[in-house]
Write a protein that binds this ligand. Structure first.
Ligand code: PBE
Length: 270
């Protein structure tokens, strides 16, 4: 019933993901700013997998739901979703995904550093890999498929870089679908170039710490300026920001398109 208030229908609950994610911290800010918390709204912690499965069920029965949403992600391909407008700009207008490296990597392993620096792709390309893994393809195989299909990108990423001769490169990442995709692609690119890449999934805090303490070489998982902004602030003198590997990412609250009366975050409290 579109004339019934939304809050009571969904227990004033925004369905979120893992507690450590930047989108969860941003949503806590949104709860204060709009002000949703004062109006009984709360953010439920879960995981990406639990959130997308709750979302799938709601959509199947055309029920209302509000989720933490971001792009690139296959949820926007599989479900009819729209971002809620964010007039207070709590989530920032647009995000970039950056590659970060330990200080000294450029000197110790200039070849791998060059490849990391030259690695850039767009949301459609990243989504290609994510959709494969979402359909059950092993991430390493999906990465390989992508590289085979995109020889021009591979050539750009590796242009002028020397062969690795077995030099190790340790990549850390946070196991979000987007970073599972980018990290596996990077590892496959490095391996094809003769480096010996290993990848390790960590929570967000230890991922940043791994680069800052030289325990790992690089990570492709830094959503900036907003989503991981606090980590960048904390670690900026201890890491190197290699630069964006993807432009045009976006973070916010999302609802199914059939929720016609809900178009901005302010509509949740009205
Ligand atoms: N995400 C996906 C992450 C970054 C990648 C938006 C869920 C977050 O920290 O919120």
């Amino acid at each position: 019933n579109p004339h019934k208030k939304l809050g009571p229908q969904i227990n004033y609950t925004i369905t979120g993901i893992d507690a450590g994610a930047g989108i969860m911290a941003s949503t806590q800010n949104a709860l204060k700013e709009y002000p949703l918390a004062q109006n009984k709204w709360q953010l439920q912690t879960s995981s990406t997998a639990a959130m997308t499965s709750t979302l799938a069920k709601a959509i199947k029965f055309k029920q209302p739901i509000v989720v933490t949403g971001w792009q690139p992600h296959w949820m926007f391909k599989k479900f009819p979703l729209k971002f809620l407008k964010d007039p207070k700009n709590v989530y920032g207008s647009s995000e970039e995904i950056h590659t970060i490296a330990r200080k000294g990597l450029a000197k110790d392993n200039p070849g791998a550093y060059k490849i990391l620096k030259q690695f850039k792709w767009n949301p459609a390309e990243m989504s290609d890999v994510m959709l494969q893994t979402n359909a059950g393809v092993d991430p390493k195989v999906a990465a390989d498929n992508f590289i085979k299909k995109n020889p021009k990108l591979y050539a750009e990423w590796t242009k002028g870089a020397p062969r690795g001769n077995g030099k190790p490169v340790k990549l850390t990442y946070v196991a979000w679908d987007s970073e599972i995709a980018s990290t596996n692609v990077m590892a496959e690119v490095l391996n094809k170039m003769g480096y010996k890449a290993t990848i390790q999934a960590l929570e967000m805090q230890p991922m940043w710490a791994s680069i800052a303490t030289n325990a790992a070489d690089a990570s492709l998982s830094a959503w900036l300026p907003n989503t991981a902004g606090l980590y960048m602030k904390q670690y900026k003198d201890k890491i190197e920001d290699v630069g964006p590997n993807l432009y045009g990412a976006k973070v916010g609250l999302a609802v199914p398109k059939y929720m016609k009366n809900i178009n901005t975050i302010e509509d949740l409290v009205n």
